[in-house]
Design a protein around this ligand. Structure first.
Ligand SMILES: Nc1nc2c(ncn2[C@@H]2O[C@H](COP(=O)(O)OP(=O)(O)OP(=O)(O)O)[C@@H](O)[C@H]2O)c(=O)[nH]1
Ligand SMILES: [Mg+2]
Length: 469
């Protein structure tokens, strides 16, 4: 079981309008630290009703310290969003110290999280900060919010979506810079939709690296749409353009009933970010309370095993390796032995980077896949190809050849933060119809986010003002 089972119930209930589910008297015994609380004063919104005490450990209520009583009032008055609650409880916190632990525990107690789980959350975060050697709040605030959002199952909330939008928008700034002034000039009110319009549009799309074929096909689709709708003014095509690009993205299909562990094979060319992506995905799994194991099937690079082991330790996951030079398929088989024995929920299989054009290396990958399936029927349940967004059009041939060899279920697009050519996502989506599940927007653990086509297209085309104001 993961963190905050009770909170998930609260947020998962029909009443999601609710403000902070602060309980006036439902406080359980003391959290990890801090003074004994007393019930807060002031008006209590409907949230207190019916929930008070439902998940408390049953110990006698403690009085709230003065500052906590004040914080409780401010929490109740704050907008019911995680970032607003954090702004309240982190007021005055500047670094990783006792005040931070006290305030984090206080927030979670206010949300009626069970004491034991609060303690575990705080302890895990504390260890992680020590390990990462982060001290200043600015360095880890985003990670704290990310962990809370995952643990509380709030990732789909508007709050988290706008954080993703912001990140994507920052990440795609370079691409947008290249194309947005041109797009603005194109979709100008009063501009005629004529041959030069279509020509320019195709050029702008090519500049964003959607590729020649995709640019052409997008332009054609938009042209047909303009004709059907009888559009003559370019400004009316801006939203239609968005629609046309969005059609390219297929939703990610999730297999609902797998026999655990779910095995995820991660493949791609050298240096695209496979191991980092596994670390980030593993981090998400662990935060969701899933027992996870990392299998070090990159036996080619001496440092690869060590790199993965460090990530496993940081994330709190299990780890299996045989060392440099071992047969990757044998490592995969034995890692599954261990995962089955230890009743793991999820296994990530890291593989060595390889050129998609090297037949013998692609065969090695196929063998890993076969062996996984032999040990655990149905495995690998998901095969993820990691693509580096900065590589541009070469990504297309990588998708093609890896897909032929292994059958790809999902794509993860990394390094979108550093590219002036973010349009590659459109190209791969349109040409292969393979869903993009996550995007990498930096090197930190919380820099991997579920791919949201709407936010992506808005950020790419510089339309966030219209969409998210
Ligand atoms: N800016 C940025 N850097 C990233 C991202 N993902 C990974 N990286 C960096 O890319 C580099 C390579 O990452 P790895 O995870 O080692 O790549 P790999 O595919 O496992 O590499 P090989 O195992 O050698 O094939 C590292 O420096 C990562 O920090 C991302 O989303 N954004
Ligand atoms: Mg690697």
């Amino acid at each position: 079981m993961g963190f905050f089972s009770s909170i998930r119930r609260i947020f998962g209930a029909e009443d999601r309008r609710g403000a902070v589910p602060l309980s006036e008297d439902g406080q359980a015994s003391a959290g990890p630290s801090g003074p004994a609380p007393e019930p807060p004063h002031g008006p209590t919104p409907e949230v207190a009703s019916g929930r008070a005490g439902s998940d408390a450990a049953g110990d006698a209520p403690r009085p709230l310290a003065d500052d906590e009583a004040m914080l409780a009032v401010r929490l109740r008055e704050a907008e019911p969003r995680l970032s607003a609650w954090l702004a309240v409880v982190l007021d005055g916190v500047t670094r990783a110290d006792e005040l931070l632990w006290r305030r984090t525990a206080f927030l979670l107690r206010s949300l009626e999280a069970p004491d034991q789980e609060i303690e575990a959350f705080v302890q895990a975060f504390r260890l992680w900060l020590e390990d990462m050697e982060y001290e200043r709040l600015d360095d880890f605030r985003s990670e704290l919010q990310y962990r809370l959002a995952l643990a509380l199952d709030l990732e789909d909330e508007e709050d988290e979506r706008s954080r993703l939008m912001l990140k994507l928008s920052e990440g795609l700034a370079k691409t947008r810079e290249r194309i947005s002034s041109k797009l603005n000039a194109l979709f100008l009110s009063g501009r005629a939709v004529d041959a030069s319009f279509w020509e320019e549009l195709e050029e702008v799309l090519i500049m964003a690296d959607v590729g020649f074929e995709t640019a052409h096909s997008l332009t054609e689709r938009l042209r047909r749409l303009a004709m059907t709708r009888g559009v003559t003014d370019a400004s009316e095509l801006r939203d239609a353009m968005r629609e046309v690009i969005l059609e390219a993205f297929k939703p990610v299909r999730r297999i609902s009933a797998v026999n655990p562990p779910e095995v995820i094979l991660v493949i791609g060319v050298n240096g695209v970010g496979k191991t980092t992506t596994i670390a980030k995905l593993c981090h998400r799994e662990v935060l969701r309370g899933r027992k996870t194991l990392l299998a070090a099937c990159d036996t080619f690079r001496a440092a690869a095993t060590e790199q993965l082991e460090i990530w496993a330790r940081r994330a709190g996951a299990g780890f299996y390796a045989k060392g440099h030079g071992a047969d990757p398929a044998a490592v995969a088989y034995e890692a599954l032995d261990k995962a089955l024995e230890e009743a793991c929920d999820t296994v990530f299989v890291d593989t060595a980077g390889r050129l998609h054009t090297k037949v013998n290396l692609m065969e090695e990958l196929q063998k890993v896949g076969r062996v996984l399936g032999k040990r655990h029927p149905g495995a690998p349940h998901r095969t993820i190809l990691v693509l580096d967004a900065t590589t541009g059009q070469n990504a297309l041939s990588q998708v093609k050849l890896f897909n032929q060899a292994c059958g790809i279920d999902e794509l993860v697009l990394t390094k979108l933060d550093g590219t002036a050519k973010g349009g590659i996502a459109v190209a791969v989506a349109m040409q292969f119809g393979i869903p993009i599940s996550f995007v990498g927007l930096g090197e930190k653990m919380d820099d991997l986010r579920p791919f949201d086509p709407q936010s992506y297209v808005s950020a790419l085309l510089g339309m966030e003002d219209q969409q998210f104001s």
